[in-house]
Every structure is written in C-alpha cells, then in structure tokens.
Write a new protein. Structure first.
Length: 128
C-alpha cells in the first residue's frame, strides 16, 4: 500500500492487472480497442443544409470566390449531399484544448473512426 506524506490533492489513479492467456501470441504487449461515443456537436463549427448556406459558409469562413468553390472537390461533394437532402457538418478540433478526444481527432482525424452507414467523410485527415 502506498502512503503519501505530501499535501493531499483531489487527483485519482487506478491500477489494472491484465493477462494474455494466448500461449502463441506474437505480441509482446497486448492492445485493446476502446469504443467511445463522441458528441460531435462539441466540435461543431457550422451545420449546413442548403446550397445557399454552403456558399455563404465557403465565402465567409474560407474566403472563397465563386470560381474557387466550383473547383474545390470538398465543396462539390458537400453540395451534392445537400442537394440529396443531407446536412453537412463543419467540425474544428484543436490539439491544445485539454480535451483528450478533441486532441486525438485533431492529430489522427477520422480515418480510423467507425461511423454509421449514413455518415460520409468528405475530409477526415488529421495532422497539420
């Protein structure tokens, strides 16, 4: 048992014991997959469900001119989805936010994230 002689804080810690029962396992250390539901509205910059709204967003937030929008692959995909009745969500994540999920998404993007079938990734790379 650990004893603390310093000042007391409100921090918490946890200890775990796991075992790998597969005698033929090639991994030195096991890994686990963790599934977490992430409320994307926490990172929502804007939700757009009309072509007019999409054009406004691109002009105001991205400072695009009409010709630039027409040549932008992401814009064209967004417009196609909206015309079919969908909604496009613009998300923004920061790697300095202090939110571990936000920092993970910022660094890694959505490339390894599983979505429901109706969710389409238009741009999902992380990094810089």
């Amino acid at each position: 048992m650990k004893k603390k002689n310093d000042f007391i804080t409100n921090s918490s810690s946890a200890s775990f014991i796991i075992a790998d029962t597969d005698k033929d396992s090639q991994e030195k250390y096991p890994s686990v997959k963790i599934s977490v539901d992430v409320p994307l509205e926490d990172y929502l910059e804007e939700a757009v469900d009309s072509v007019e709204g999409l054009e406004r967003y691109y002009k105001e937030e991205k400072y695009y001119e009409d010709e630039e929008m027409k040549n932008d692959e992401h814009y064209r995909k967004c417009k196609e989805i909206i015309k079919k009745g969908g909604t496009v969500y613009f998300l923004n994540c920061d790697d300095q936010s202090g939110d571990p999920l936000e920092e993970y998404l910022c660094r890694n993007g959505f490339t390894n994230v599983k979505f429901e079938e109706n969710i389409k990734i238009i741009r999902g790379e992380g990094g810089y």
